[in-house]
Design a protein around this ligand. Structure first.
Ligand code: 0O2
Length: 205
């Protein structure tokens, strides 16, 4: 690739636009005095070394990168409770500013690593000076506990290149189970938590 900046520019634009749009959902709930199923939204463009690593690992040629690498533009939506995830998915399915290409439910079917998250691959149209460019973006929807585990596992993955020592592997599996139980426990006291949060928000106003 001669010019990564030029190649990644529309992806950067897509991430910036989608961050504003997805954060807008949270704002709409606030305006309507309703509790948002979204806690916060982040976004990033995949760094060039990670793109190159993935091209290498998955044998993706440069000319297929725009269709075979679906997460160059990546968005993450964090929720407090597991049940919030399906509400967010429903909200995203109703939108008409992007087209859903694929959904991957790693919550009902967690990955062997212990990874849990809901992924949506969308085709998003970016307006450029040369006209419209449709590109793929991946939206990951997960709870705070799922995000905590995935973030830690991801950094360890970088350190050990996926080849974890046995002890770390065991601890990561246990941590994944603990994150799962945390989500379950929080779901059980969900109503209590929500009442307290509503009380706290009203008190601040
Ligand atoms: P980065 O650094 O986040 O960009 P594959 O990579 O083959 O498992 P595929 O087909 O590329 O999967 O898509 P999938 O399954 O939607 O996974 C893409 C992204 O999901 C990954 O991007 C991670 O962000 C996240 N993910 C998937 N599996 C795991 C996992 O076991 N642990 C963690 N921590 N994250 C995971 P990248 O390119 O791997 O990384």
């Amino acid at each position: 690739m001669d010019n990564w900046d030029e190649f990644l520019a529309p992806y950067k634009q897509a991430v910036e636009e989608l961050k504003v749009k997805l954060r807008g959902i949270r704002k709409q709930f606030a305006i309507e005095d309703d509790r948002s199923p979204i806690e916060f939204v982040t976004g990033r463009v995949k760094p060039v070394p990670s793109i190159l690593d993935k091209m290498n690992a998955k044998k993706i040629p440069m000319e297929r990168i725009h269709c075979d690498m679906q997460d160059i533009a990546g968005l993450r939506m964090m929720c407090q409770f597991v049940d919030d995830i399906k509400n967010v998915v429903e909200i995203l399915r109703k939108r008409n500013d992007f087209k859903i290409i694929e959904e991957k439910d790693y919550i009902s079917h967690k990955k062997p690593s212990g990874y849990r998250s809901y992924h949506m691959v969308v085709e998003y149209p970016v307006q450029t000076i040369h006209g419209e460019k449709k590109l793929l973006a991946e939206i990951q929807i997960r709870t705070l506990a799922m995000n905590f585990w995935a973030t830690i596992e991801h950094s360890l993955n970088y350190k050990y290149n996926g080849d974890f020592p046995e002890e770390i592997q065991t601890r990561l599996q246990r941590a994944a189970e603990a994150a799962f139980r945390l989500d379950e426990e929080m779901s059980l006291i969900r109503e209590e938590i929500q009442e307290a949060q509503l009380f706290f928000t009203k008190k601040k106003e």
